[in-house]
Design a protein around this ligand. Sequence first.
Ligand code: FES
Length: 113
Amino acid sequence: MAASTLVPLCPAADINPGTARMVTVGDLNLAVFNVGGQFFVTQNACTHGPGSLADGFMEGDQVECDFHGGRFHIPSGKPSAPPCTEGLQTWDVQLVDGQICIDPAAPRPVQNA
Ligand code: FES
């Protein structure tokens, strides 16, 4: 098994609780969320259409896509309201020297509705 390669996405201090930001790493468009001081990383693209989840509406550990109102559970990427049924890719997050880091090559299993 290959060793994990952590890539820094952005400083944790740049993302306030209850907010998110889009970060691009190589071909990946990611959404980095701060849910009550805990950081989570998902794909930024809504699985239903052109919505950008970093621009969505956060409520607790949920994000609502601003296109058609679909929702996802941020920690798991699992859809929690229609029309979204396909889960988001998510990654394990590590904080290294104040930076939010993931291994882009090691997404977690997707959880569909
Ligand atoms: Fe996100 Fe339709 S594009 S709910």
